[in-house]
Design a protein around this ligand. Structure first.
Ligand code: SF4
Length: 231
């Protein structure tokens, strides 16, 4: 399975603060010190991340009422895969990770410096989201070069595809150990700063809504409809 490991993730202190669930525009005036801490965490954290994307390409064979059948006999099951991938000709399935070193460092720092430790976690969240956005852009560019379109990226935990349903399906199709990512018995990826996704490609594909429309955080997220920037 291909592994992509050459990534130039451009992050700033705003992204780190958003990765902590904070609003940079509010903090800028009220807690400027947190910007400095986010910047320090970014300097240290970028040296500790190892961005890698493991992916595989599958041809879609058919669509049944509750599953998308892939050539080779595997299925993607659930409401969201059927809704979004049914008209796709191919699917790309990916696991993105920044490795576990930053996470381990953040965990250690949290024992004595909670604010700085949270900022390091924020670097990790921002980095893995930036990595996922970058690989989705690559997939979209590849589709466009073929005169095709893409679906929105689907990730377990979105509306219509629970973590418990989706993660085991993805990890049955990809060997996460190739990028040192494993799934726990409760379907959580370790290292935590990892993200899995599925994207459909094909001619005459209609993109159904946006990532935010199908995000479980939609009702409370202050960044919705601005997905690519805040995460
Ligand atoms: S609503 Fe959109 S921006 Fe907010 S967490 Fe979900 S996908 Fe990200």
């Amino acid at each position: 399975m291909p592994i992509l490991d050459q990534w130039d993730l451009r992050l700033d202190a705003d992204a780190v603060l958003r990765g902590q669930g904070a609003d940079p525009s509010i903090l800028r005036s009220r807690r400027p010190r947190l910007f400095d801490i986010a910047g320090q965490a970014l300097d240290e954290g970028l040296a500790l991340i190892k961005p890698r994307v493991l992916y595989e390409r599958f041809t879609v064979e058919s669509l049944c009422h509750n599953r998308v059948r892939l050539v080779g006999g595997n299925d993607l099951k659930g409401e969201a895969p059927v809704q979004h991938l049914g008209a796709a000709q191919e699917v790309l399935i990916a696991v993105c990770t920044i490795g576990g070193e930053l996470e381990a460092r953040a965990q250690k720092v949290m024992e004595t410096e909670i604010v700085y430790g949270l900022a390091l976690y924020g670097v990790g969240s921002a980095a893995v989201e930036a990595l996922a956005n970058a690989v989705c852009k690559d997939f979209e560019d590849e589709a466009a070069a073929r005169g095709w379109q893409t679906t929105i990226p689907l990730s377990p935990g979105m509306i219509g595809w629970s973590v418990e349903d989706g993660q085991p399906q993805i990890f049955s199709l990809l060997d996460g150990s190739q990028v040192d990512v494993r799934l726990t018995s409760s379907s959580i990826m370790l290292p935590l700063k990892s993200l899995s996704l599925v994207m459909g490609l094909g001619p005459d594909l209609n993109r159904l809504g946006t990532t935010c429309d199908f995000c479980a955080m939609h009702a409370v997220c202050k960044y919705k409809n601005n997905h690519a920037k805040p995460e």
